[in-house]
Design a protein around this ligand. Structure first.
Ligand code: ZN
Length: 876
């Protein structure tokens, strides 16, 4: 059943406040909900419809009177109450079974604790309620539970009262004064360790901060707590937003469908996104935790205080909040590295989504299952769209816009149009055309042509834009695209950017062109020599840029461009250009030869003493096999794998001495672990060098790798070593894997890493090993992190083996999806994403992937999650 934006109507009834009573029990929990409701004067005047799924109804009272079955209608998904007064009180009693809930939506069990996940539509698995974000109510929650089993009972807002009961049970009452949609409701009951701290807000309000984790993880809370304080300070400084309750709580949960959830005052996190110690978490983990803690905290304003009117507006909160967490990370760490990593992820994942059967606009028009729309388009492309607004309005103008947005809409459920309107009105700037970024799917393509008139000293730049058709959208209107650009002379100095007929002198090194037609020409005057043009500095728009450049010009930009993002990007383009031409050679059985220029450029990068090690590490990282595949008309899995390995091995052989020197320079076995940009950068560069050194097949390097694993005081270096060992067949490999597991088997996060390194191995028996690991005590198919670590990593990040010629990878995934769909539809449907680009492979592989997809589509009783994706894949 398709839900359409065009069908939106305001709710017929509103909830002023709700009183929830939970009588907790793992097998049967009784929920009593007292709703004070009234007719919405602006509503369409329809019956009162409450959502409810997987619920056992015990009783309904209207203003104290028990209703008979004839007085309401009930289906598997709804409770309809006709003929209600203007204002009334409903008391609904339901029963639910948290221990049978493997979907991890609503109230469920995870280990010994009980917790909730309500976004988007999980609250309807707890009680009957108008489960839509534009119904906002004040919640009071009372929880009664066995005191020994669940000494800690949490919900949203401030703790109001608590007490003991006679039968070994106790109770607590929480009150959240801020009206909220039910998707922000949360409850946690458990026997947990708590680490506490405090934060004083800018206006002097004291806030208690608490992190709740399994007892054995008591030593892994510091980093998340620090990140939380950093987030609270940052939102005050960057956006003028203060926290608004007496307490802010984070709970770590082992079984969780996503990364984390911004429930008001009670964020619930996937344990992997909270817990960190140097011994068990990598630099990447530390970095991700900081950004996710920030993301969920920032939702308190962008999402909770101002929420979404309906789920088509999801990017209103997600795109904006991702953009906020990206700038938070950029401010606290290296802005250049942050931008490179964000764009790298956008181009490898979101561009693929935008080019495939699930392509949808940042504000979709329709969906079958909303859980399928928590996508890289809504999140990452949505963040780019907000970032472009900031680029167009400038930092100050953008801040004026967000101030107006938060002030005007505080306590409301609004749309992306409302957001854009606040931006427009605060700046007197027309964003009408810009709004096409919200409604048109697909990645725009900019083609650049240029010409230099040496006599008149005029440089002419012509930009054309187009956007490929996407499902349901054949014709596209031109976008308003901010193109940040600069001109360089042959020594790498900036040239003036004065446009012809421009009255004001222009004296900056970068200027933002506003491309808003399908073709536009820009003339720059006073350009004394033939320039090299640098386009899309900082990746100023989420587009593909086509510009003809030879290897020499790319090498020039790689060495001389001012913008660090574009310097990295020129290097990536050089790698891609060379690899694509080697792939063509390979396909024609021509002997492969690595162009001298690439070796020369990499040597220069390796020898640049002034460069930031983190940037050097990224400059030396080859584009992934998946990203290369996306650059080909027909992705040739084997050629890509072969050529990428050839390039890596050749660079390793020819630059071995340089890699060796740099490894030694940045390997500091006697310096204790620190999480900061400098140390992270040095570790990442050292480990990139080790990767190249291992590609030389020199047994000395294997010894070095083992030594690094043994000496390291941190998981970053240990895991980097293990990852490399796992690609080399032999007894040392098996030994390293076994020793690692023996040391870390008690730690779920580390065990997931152990599963992942094996899933990513390039050795031919990898899939057989994976099947074996699925029977290992370390793995449970009911645990989403296990599934993602083993099955997800293999299918997404081991393309050479997932796309094995015999179709074994495809059949494996199809089988797992059918098993998962019965247990956890959200996880099942996510895993299907590995088939997203199936039409881009050769005939034989397409045929096998089609069969795998059909084997899923044929099943009876598919979840709406899997049903929607599999049918969209097959239809396109
Ligand atoms: Zn979010």
């Amino acid at each position: 059943q398709t839900i359409r934006l065009a069908d939106y109507t305001v709710p017929s009834y509103l909830v002023d406040n709700v009183d929830l009573h939970f009588d907790l029990d793992a097998s049967t929990t009784q929920v009593t909900s007292i709703l004070n409701m009234r007719r919405n004067p602006k509503g369409p005047g329809e019956d009162c419809v409450l959502n409810g799924e997987h619920l056992q109804l015990v009783s309904i009272k209207l203003d104290g009177r028990l209703l008979t079955a004839a007085e309401f209608q009930r289906s598997n998904t709804q409770l309809i109450l006709p003929q209600l007064p203007e204002k009334f009180q409903l008391e609904i009693v339901t029963e639910i079974h948290p221990d049978q809930n493997t979907a991890l939506e609503g109230l469920y069990h995870s280990g010994t604790l009980v917790c909730t996940q309500c976004e988007a539509e999980g609250f309807r698995r707890i009680t009957y309620y108008p489960d839509r974000p534009d119904v906002m109510a004040v919640f009071t929650v009372t929880i009664t539970a066995d005191k020994q089993q669940w000494p800690i009972l949490l919900s949203n807002g401030n703790l109001q009262e608590q007490g003991e009961l006679e039968d070994g049970r106790h109770w607590v009452r929480w009150h959240d004064p801020h009206p909220k949609p039910c998707y922000l409701f949360a409850l946690v009951a458990g026997d947990l360790y708590m680490q506490q701290d405090s934060f004083t807000t800018i206006s002097g309000r004291d806030v208690t901060l608490q992190i709740y984790v399994d007892k054995e993880n008591h030593d892994k809370c510091d980093h998340a707590l620090m990140s939380l304080k950093q987030s609270m300070r940052w939102d005050e400084e960057a956006y003028g937003r203060e926290y608004d309750l007496d307490v802010f709580m984070i709970v770590a949960v082992n079984d969780f469908n996503m990364g984390a959830m911004e429930n008001k005052g009670l964020n619930i996190f996937n344990a992997a996104c909270v817990l960190a110690s140097p011994q068990t978490a990598t630099d990447n983990d530390f970095y991700t935790i900081q950004s996710i803690v920030g993301h969920e905290y920032f939702h308190n304003w962008s999402g909770n205080r101002v929420t979404c009117r309906d789920w088509f507006q999801l990017s209103l909160k997600e795109g904006f909040t991702v953009m906020r967490d990206q700038s938070f990370s950029a401010d606290l760490n290296s802005a250049a590295v942050q931008r490179i990593d964000d764009v790298d992820q956008l181009r490898s994942l979101q561009f693929a989504e935008d080019a495939g059967p699930m392509a949808h606009p940042v504000r979709p028009d329709s969906y079958i299952e909303i859980s399928n729309f928590y996508t890289v388009t809504i999140y990452e492309k949505g963040a780019e769209v907000v970032r472009m607004i900031k680029t167009l309005l400038g930092d100050e103008g953008f801040r004026k816009g967000t101030d107006l947005y938060f002030d005007r809409h505080d306590g409301q459920a609004v749309t992306t149009d409302d957001f854009v309107k606040a931006m427009e009105e605060a700046n007197h700037y027309d964003l009408t055309q810009f709004k096409r970024w919200y409604t048109q799917a697909g990645t725009p393509v900019i083609t650049a042509f240029y010409n230099y008139d040496a006599i008149k000293k005029i440089f002419t730049l012509t930009l054309q834009q187009s956007c490929p058709a996407t499902p349901g959208q054949t014709e596209k209107q031109p976008f308003l695209i901010p193109v940040a650009m600069g001109l360089l002379d042959s020594a790498g100095n900036s040239l003036p950017l004065q446009l012809i007929d421009e009255a004001q002198p222009y004296d900056k090194d970068t200027r933002v062109l506003e491309l808003n037609e399908s073709e536009q020409t820009f003339r720059f005057i006073g350009v004394e020599q033939k320039p090299i043009v640098s386009l899309l500095r900082g990746f100023s728009a989420p587009v593909k840029l086509l510009i003809e450049r030879d290897n020499e010009e790319l090498a020039f930009l790689m060495a001389n461009e001012k913008d660090s993002f574009n310097r990295w990007d020129a290097g990536q383009s050089l790698f891609i250009q060379i690899m694509l031409s080697l792939i063509a050679d390979y396909q024609q059985n021509t002997a492969l030869q690595l162009p001298e220029i690439l070796v020369k450029q990499c040597a220069a990068v390796l020898q640049d003493k002034a460069a930031d090690p983190a940037l050097v590490a990224r400059m030396l990282t080859l584009p992934s096999e998946n990203y290369l595949a996306a650059q080909m008309k027909v992705a040739d899995v084997d050629a890509i794998h072969h050529v990428r390995k050839f390039v890596k091995d050749s660079l390793a052989m020819q630059l071995k001495a340089q890699f060796d020197a740099l490894y030694q320079q940045h390997n500091l076995p006697n310096v204790a672990y620190q999480f900061n940009s400098e140390h992270m950068g040095r570790r990442s560069l050292k480990n990139v060098c080790l990767g190249y050194l291992m590609a030389t097949n020199d047994p000395m390097q294997t010894q070095r790798c083992l030594k690094q694993m043994k000496q390291a005081d941190n998981m970053t270096d240990t895991l980097a070593g293990l990852r490399l060992m796992v690609d080399q067949a032999g007894i040392e490999r098996e030994h390293a894997l076994r020793a690692f597991y023996e040391q870390w088997q008690h730690d779920r996060q580390v065990v997931d890493k152990w599963l992942t390194v094996q899933a990513l191995s390039s050795l031919p028996d990898t899939l057989i090993r994976i099947k074996g690991l699925m029977k290992h005590p370390a793995f449970s198919i009911k645990n989403p992190n296990n599934v993602r670590a083993l099955i997800g990593q293999f299918c997404r990040n081991n393309p050479a083996l997932f796309h094995a010629k015999d179709g074994s990878g495809y059949r494996f995934l199809a089988e797992q999806i059918l098993v998962l769909d019965k247990l956890n539809p959200q996880v099942a449907s996510r895993q299907l994403g590995a088939f997203n680009s199936w039409r881009r492979y050769d005939e034989k592989r397409q045929q096998m992937m089609r069969e795998a997809l059909q084997s899923i589509a044929q099943q009876q009783d598919l979840s709406s999650d899997v049903y929607e994706i599999v049918n969209k894949y097959l239809a396109d």
